[in-house]
Design a protein around this ligand. Structure first.
Ligand code: TXA
Ligand code: MG
Length: 321
């Protein structure tokens, strides 16, 4: 049952079921937006709190417009440029979208994924698919079919579409007539959006209250320690845990490849018995094309090793920890 083909996926989705589908960003746990049972099952399977809204996936701009109350003109321009692709837009929803999907908000997040199999499935159905990342709430997202199988112990059917090419979740923006707000970092950057639209893009990623914006997210089981760029692994070992078994999170210096490999690396490390993972922050990580990757790495981390008042300290991200 674990692996299914396109026909079977369509059948399951037409009968109130849920299936993990490949996208270019991460695998999604998909269900019909018209099926109360499927939507409830998505939340239950992921152990996802009801306050965290789902993204609605569509096969075209026309289909997206069907679910919006207001569709700003600029939204069409943006979607023509970036869809299918790793960009989700938030607009006012109409009554066709249940408030369970949007966690009670009057807006809906819409995205046309850039994956042939997902689009083939969508085009054969006469409803869009809600699909959060196919992982337990707060944990590392899946970027291959095997990741989904291991996450849910083979209990969720998966359509195998290979390894995800982008590797981290879509950029999310909220669009109104005269402004664009960035709600979640992704590989489509703020500058790209600003250059294309000519409109200022306001960074609201710190203010946004939805779950992707929680401080702890995407977390591996093994503790992840970020090392500030003025310090080294040796400093960490010296002043901290000399005897512990550690491994470095190596994602290289190319942001596209780093994004593609990030979650797979974290999952791979979790299979071994390390006491902790360390990730040395570098000056080049401050460049904008690293913003989404750094956002994920920071949320996935448990501690930062840094200097304060001339002393090297391990700072917990969670003040209650
Ligand atoms: O790349 C992606 O976006 C992947 C693939 C599967 O498409 N999906 C994904 O979904 O990352 P998920 O559920 O892991 O993250 C969805 C996030 C929510 O946590 C929330 O931050 C935001 O989308 N969101 C959804 N609806 C929203 C709304 N109406 N207003 C603001 N944010 C919303
Ligand atoms: Mg997620």
């Amino acid at each position: 049952m674990a692996y299914v083909d396109v026909e079977k996926a369509i059948k399951i989705l037409s009968q109130d079921g849920i299936v993990a589908l490949p996208t270019e960003t991460v695998y999604g746990l998909a269900g019909s937006i018209m099926s109360k049972t499927a939507i409830e099952n998505i939340f239950l399977t992921k152990k996802r709190p009801s306050f965290d809204p789902l993204i609605v996936h569509v096969h075209s701009i026309e289909q997206a417009i069907n679910y919006a109350l207001d569709w700003p003109e600029i939204a069409t321009e943006i979607c023509k440029k970036f869809w299918p692709g790793p960009l989700t837009i938030v607009v006012k929803k109409n009554e066709k979208v249940s408030s369970v999907i949007t966690a009670g908000q009057d807006t809906v997040a819409l995205r046309m994924p850039n994956h042939d199999l997902f689009l083939t499935v969508l085009k054969k159905l006469n409803f869009p698919l809600a699909a959060p990342s196919a992982n337990f709430f707060g944990k590392t997202s899946p970027t291959s079919a095997e990741h989904v199988i291991s996450e849910f112990a083979g209990k969720i059917p998966v359509l195998d579409g290979g390894a995800c090419k982008v590797g981290i979740e879509s950029t999310i923006i909220s669009i109104s007539e005269d402004s664009i707000q960035l709600l979640r970092h992704g590989m489509i950057t703020k500058s790209e959006l600003k250059n294309f639209t000519g409109i200022d893009v306001i960074d609201c990623t710190k203010k946004s209250k939805t779950a992707g914006s929680l401080e702890n997210h995407y977390q591996p089981k093994t503790e992840l320690i970020l090392i500030e760029s003025n310090l080294s692994f040796n400093d960490l070992k010296d002043s901290y845990q000399n005897h512990k078994k550690a491994t470095e999170l190596v994602i290289g210096d190319n942001p596209e490849l780093a994004a593609r490999n990030l979650y797979g690396k974290l999952r791979e490390i979790d299979k071994h018995q390390y006491d902790y993972i360390y990730f040395p922050l570098r000056e080049f990580h401050k460049q904008e094309n690293w913003s989404a990757i750094l956002d994920r790495v920071k949320k996935a981390s448990h501690f930062t090793f840094c200097s304060e008042n001339g002393e090297n300290i391990l700072k917990s991200k969670n003040p209650n920890a």
